[in-house]
Ligand binder design. Structure first.
Ligand code: ADP
Ligand code: MG
Length: 229
């Protein structure tokens, strides 16, 4: 199977008062199309930093990031975020409170003709099991429902790669467990290649085909339950 995402020897550093501080170093991983990869590690180990670099919000100081055969980032290449076909579902990206579920899901589809957009939104709401919730506003939805709408919004523009940054951490543990399984099924049904980051080991094992353990900005192990369907 072809690799959808490849990172090769990536270094990411932040500018600080005393010069550059390396947050992620010598980071390499590959993920095949349709697979769900997970970066697992404690707070501060660099998980969000890796996702931000994949999304194009942080430059790469060494190494390279490829989506399929296409170079996205290197010290001499930087495809802008909006041209990467990388979608994101971040915990802190709440839904737009003044838009209902249909409008939230349709947000990234504003360039489509009305009919096409409505059909796509309906399909996305059905995919996340909320086909009857289109008229509801975020405050009328439970936390788990809100995250499913956020997932529908992230999937709607058909990104080549979806990034999920601790998407379940604001939820109670029951909702979290249920949603972890549901989200895996939704991503698999959509054939979506995705990278999840979490500090929760149970969540990583429930969601992912491959798990990488991160420690101090490095990937200690990138292993495969690669054969898992
Ligand atoms: P995680 O997501 O695993 O909790 P982060 O990627 O957020 O970790 O952070 C990794 C390291 O980079 C930490 O030491 C953090 O303090 C540092 N860091 C993250 N964001 C910035 C930033 N915008 N400026 C400077 N340092 C940062
Ligand atoms: Mg983080």
């Amino acid at each position: 199977m072809s690799s959808a995402l490849r990172l090769e020897g990536v270094r990411i550093a932040y500018e600080g008062a005393r010069g550059l501080h390396t947050a992620v170093d010598n980071f390499s991983m590959t993920l095949e199309a349709g697979r769900i990869g997970c970066l697992l590690g404690p707070s501060g180990c660099g998980k969000t930093t890796v996702l931000r670099a994949i999304a194009g919000f942080e430059p790469v100081r060494a190494g390279a990031i490829f989506l399929g055969e296409l170079p996205l980032s290197s010290p001499t290449t930087h495809v802008p975020p909006e041209q990467r076909r990388v979608g994101m579902m971040f915990q802190e990206y709440a839904l737009f409170p003044h838009l209902n579920a249909t409008q939230n899901v349709g947000f990234g589809l504003r360039r489509l003709a009305r009919e096409e957009r409505d059909a796509k939104v309906a399909a996305m709401l059905a995919l996340v099991g909320l086909q009857d919730a289109g008229e509801r506003y975020p405050h009328e939805l439970s936390g788990g429902q809100q995250q499913r709408i956020a997932l529908a919004r992230a999937l709607a523009p058909a990104p080549a790669l979806l990034l999920l940054d601790e998407p379940f951490s604001n939820l109670d543990s029951g909702t979290r467990e249920r949603l972890t399984t549901e989200v895996r099924e939704i991503l698999k049904a959509a054939g979506q290649t995705a990278v999840l980051v979490t500090h929760n080991e149970a969540e990583a094992h429930a969601m992912a085909d491959r798990i990488g353990v991160m420690h101090n900005g490095r990937l200690a192990r990138w292993s495969g339950q690669a054969e898992r369907a």
